[in-house]
Write a protein of this length. Structure first.
Length: 600
């Protein structure tokens, strides 16, 4: 665990895209940090009983939340709880269900308690089955015999062990009656013909190519979504491209080949400890250790088919379970480090403080940026009580001066410089060109942010718009040449980026080549993956064909389509209005008919 934790920091500080790496580090570090801290804490044993009950009640609450989503047909009608994916929710149910069985088996001397805990198992099982997650349910079936074997060795009333699969079977029958989408039997197990399986295989193939291209320290934690488009297969057009749906491969691409090796070594350690715990399952400590390890093992198995380790609470709970399992079955050993004893306490404090400051500063600045620069800006309002003249620009400038990689602050600075540039016409300065100075500052900031975000094509498109709008300020041809180089970099990073093709077409129009622009848009349809992006290209094609006539309806359609992308990028379930895409197509066709052209 110590080696894994150290490697997480090594990859973070070697990343060329530090902002997402820092944020993802906070998620991934939950497993080793909680395990190391809790396993060495004497307080875990004394607080475990109430904590165990809180986790059990929390599992029931989450399960009921998910079942309510199914009954009320909220979102897609799948149980996801607070998550955005039913497979991740199934993994969470597994993580919580196996330890809950310990409470059931150890309270069989009281029928009332056994009934309460049995009802809890029923609810959690029902939520698990209602996800119809093939990976989650198959993982549960795979590990269930180990649990039953351990329970058989512990209890003298064997029929209580037999009650566990009976409870699960009842929960499955109940989940079937919630709807056809909650019945695992209705999902295809002909994997060669399954669309989601085919998409996963294509993503895994691309992930392997990414790993081969970045084998040592990877691309940096949390950077998969920015790097993946350059390696994406054109046949894989059904996913958002945010996760590889295999954590071992994705963590390998982001952290180099050593990362999945370390995770597999941790997995082997869990299996070794599970073998020991099963042998000790005739005792309550051995049985609980077995149940805890099975819960963790479930998410390690499921992580090979989905994104599991990218949820902070999964790592935290897993680390807690592993720590408690170690306390239950392992003999603690004290390791002394003589060299540390020779260092004086003041020096130790200074060293510890420096390490904490180095590690915590990016996270503290990110929290300040969130509080002061986003939403209703509550943090900024508090600061203005003390210093009324302070504004968002002052905060963003200070944060970027200390930590240039802070994404929220950099975005605020970009927006401010964009607005300043748009309103700079007519402003003069003594001994220089104010607009040129501001333009150069704005372009330099955009270049810096693009470099820190794997050449984010959306940032590149914004920079191209600025170059085209202000080309007269720069020497002849400089703006257009730089704009072309940015678009080339954009399409290298993401060959399927519709807005980059649109920006290229508008650049060609600005250069006086409208026919080339229309041809670019029409050719781009062969490189676009989603229907939404096809519609954006059609909007721009019709706009250029109609020029110089302006069609306001195209602007409204474009706004709707960009809103779809904005919703999908929040990580929330994307729920479109009924017939949304069909209505957009009909509107585009009507405009095309009015122009007497055929949209591509």
């Amino acid at each position: 665990m110590l080696i894994y934790l150290a490697w997480l920091f090594i990859v973070t500080f070697s990343s060329d895209i530090p902002n997402p790496s820092m944020l993802t580090l906070a998620v991934l570090a939950g497993l080793p940090v909680i395990y190391i801290t809790a396993s060495n804490s004497p307080h875990l044993s004394s607080t475990w009983a109430p904590l165990r009950m809180m986790l059990f009640l929390g599992a029931i609450g989450l399960a009921l939340w998910g079942l309510w989503q199914v009954i009320a047909k909220i979102g897609y009608g799948f149980p996801v709880g607070p998550l955005v994916d039913r497979n991740a929710f199934a993994a969470l149910m597994n993580l919580l269900w196996f330890p809950a069985t310990y409470l059931f088996l150890t309270n069989t001397n009281s029928r009332s308690k056994a009934a309460i805990y049995g009802a809890g198992l029923f609810i959690i099982n029902m939520a698990l089955f209602a996800t119809a997650s093939r990976g989650g349910i198959v993982t549960w079936l795979l590990l269930l015999p180990v649990l039953l074997w351990a329970g058989w060795g512990y209890t003298k009333a064997k029929w209580w062990v037999a009650a566990i699969p009976l409870i699960a079977f009842g929960a499955y029958i109940a989940s079937m009656n919630l709807g056809s989408d909650t019945n695992i039997a209705n999902r295809s197990f002909a994997l060669s013909q399954d669309a989601s399986t085919g998409a996963r295989l294509l993503m895994w193939q691309s992930a392997l190519h990414m790993l081969w291209a970045h084998p040592f320290t990877g691309t940096g934690w949390g950077t998969f979504t920015g790097i993946y488009p350059a390696f994406r297969s054109p046949l894989e057009n059904t996913t958002a491209g945010v996760f590889a749906h295999n954590d071992y491969l994705q963590l390998g691409t982001e952290g180099g080949a050593i990362t999945p090796i370390l995770l597999l070594l941790i997995l082997l350690g869990i299996l070794w400890q599970l073998r020991r715990s099963v042998k000790l399952s005739i005792t309550a400590a051995g049985l609980e250790s077995t149940a805890l390890l099975l819960g963790v093992l479930a998410i390690f198995i499921h992580a090979g088919l989905n994104f599991i380790f990218y949820f902070a609470f999964m790592n935290i709970i897993a680390g807690l379970y592993l720590a408690r399992a170690a306390q239950l079955t392992e003999t603690p050993r004290i390791i002394t480090l003589p060299s540390l004893a020779q260092i004086s306490k003041p020096v130790k404090r200074i060293m510890a403080g420096f390490i904490i400051l180095l590690a915590a500063t990016p996270f503290v600045l990110h929290l300040i940026a969130q509080a002061c620069l986003t939403g209703s800006q509550p943090g900024l309002k508090v600061l203005q009580v003390v210093k009324p003249n302070i504004n968002a620009y002052d905060i963003a400038k200070l944060i970027t001066a200390i930590h240039p990689q802070e994404g929220i602050a950099q975005e605020v600075m970009l927006q401010i410089t964009e607005a300043g540039l748009a309103n700079s016409d007519g402003i003069s300065m003594t001994g220089g060109n104010f607009q040129l100075e501001l333009l150069n500052e704005t372009l330099a900031r955009f270049d810096q942010v693009r470099a820190q975000t794997a050449n984010n094509p959306n940032i590149g498109v914004r920079e191209v718009k600025i170059l085209v709008a202000n080309q007269s300020i720069l020497p002849t041809g400089v703006a257009y040449a730089k704009a072309h180089s940015i678009i080339t970099a954009n399409l290298k990073a993401d060959p399927y980026h519709a807005n980059s093709y649109i920006a290229l077409a508008r650049l060609q129009v600005a250069e006086g080549h409208r026919a080339d622009a229309i041809n670019t848009l029409q050719q781009a349809t062969h490189h676009i993956l989603t229907r939404r992006d096809h519609q954006l290209l059609n909007v721009e094609t019709l706009r250029q064909l109609a020029a110089p006539k302006i069609i306001p309806e195209l602007d409204a359609i474009e706004k709707k389509l960009h809103a779809v992308r904005s919703d999908s990028e929040t990580g929330k379930p994307l729920i479109l209005a009924p017939h949304f895409s069909e209505d957009i197509d009909a509107q585009l066709q009507a405009i095309a008919n009015g122009l007497n052209v055929i949209p591509k």
